[in-house]
Design a protein around this ligand. Structure first.
Ligand SMILES: C[S@@+](CC[C@H](N)C(=O)[O-])C[C@H]1O[C@@H](n2cnc3c(N)ncnc32)[C@H](O)[C@@H]1O
Length: 277
């Protein structure tokens, strides 16, 4: 694999995150266009995108995964920043709910401390389109990766994952099966997967926003103590570090500002909720 594909995009942002939070961005596959059924991966030219925690940046290009007319996911900075902590936490046996663009599976398969990656994806077309678009057969970490076509919320999940891991339990579970960031059902559905699989640690996409809304409802500061209380209440073993608490604080300040009257940026987000292109 060429060296530049093993480097994270946005090197300046990567360094700033490492310094502030103790984790940074990650390498992204060399995507190509592909179509299977109604699922399609397409490349778009330069344009401004908003990060998850940082402001607007210009990106030279990005890839977007569509199902029909719906954009499910992209390689934008927002996606990269919102996956970063979960990539950082991955070690040992990693179970991933939702293949999507295989961005997470690719990044964790490159980590030396990750031994096995089991991806649970319900749509066979997504698996087929990603084999082609993300060049799975060429990944440096491809031998670690097993893709299961299964329902991550179904009753068969524990047996299916057990067969794929050879009986080993998961060290990290990452759930990303929702089209909207901070989806209201995400904490309870992730907790259900935690009960089914018993991982050492777990998280879901957009959990910083779910945590932020929980803090705002209770008028709590988004600090390490609140994160521990939130993890205990949701039943998801979220790993808590000072750096991650600082990241949550900054995401919440950037995306859930408290104002009596919404400002223009809030009105924009209300009209175009955070997802995913
Ligand atoms: C946004 S994508 C995941 C993106 C992924 N984190 C990445 O890094 O590219 C969500 C995926 O979850 C899948 N999905 C939705 N519901 C699911 C379920 N109940 N079980 C398994 N996969 C599901 C969708 O088909 C889609 O491929």
């Amino acid at each position: 694999m060429p060296d530049d594909l093993l480097q994270p995009p946005h090197p300046g942002r990567h360094r700033a995150m490492l310094e502030s939070y103790g984790f940074g961005l990650f390498p992204v596959p060399a995507y190509r266009d592909a179509t299977v059924g109604e699922w399609r991966m397409a490349r778009y030219g330069a344009g401004p995108v908003e990060g998850y925690v940082s402001g607007l940046v210009m990106e030279p290009c990005r890839h977007v995964l569509h199902q029909g007319r719906t954009a499910w996911m992209s390689t934008s900075l927002m996606e990269q920043e919102s996956h970063a902590f979960h990539v950082h936490q991955a070690r040992g046996v990693v179970v991933v709910a939702g293949l999507g663009m295989a961005m997470y599976a690719h990044a964790v398969s490159l980590k030396p401390e990750v031994e096995r990656v089991v991806v649970v994806e319900q749509a066979p077309e997504v698996i087929a389109v990603m084999r082609e678009a993300a060049g799975l057969a060429d990944w440096a970490g491809r031998e670690k990766v097993t893709i299961l076509q299964a329902d991550a919320l179904g009753p068969e999940l524990p047996a299916q994952v057990k067969a794929a891991t050879g009986g080993r339990h998961a060290d990290y579970l990452y759930a990303d099966i929702w089209p909207v960031c901070g989806a209201s059902e995400a904490p309870a559905q992730t907790a259900g997967m935690v009960r089914a699989l018993g991982p050492e640690a777990a998280g879901w996409w957009g959990q910083e926003l779910s945590f932020g809304m929980w803090c705002q409802d209770r008028e709590r500061a988004p600090d390490e103590g609140s994160l521990r209380a939130y993890a205990a209440e949701t039943g998801v073993p979220i790993p808590v570090t000072a750096g991650y608490a600082a990241f949550c604080r900054d995401v919440i300040a950037a995306r859930l500002p408290r104002r009596r009257w919404p400002g223009w940026s809030q009105l924009w987000r209300m009209a175009w909720p955070a997802r995913r292109s």
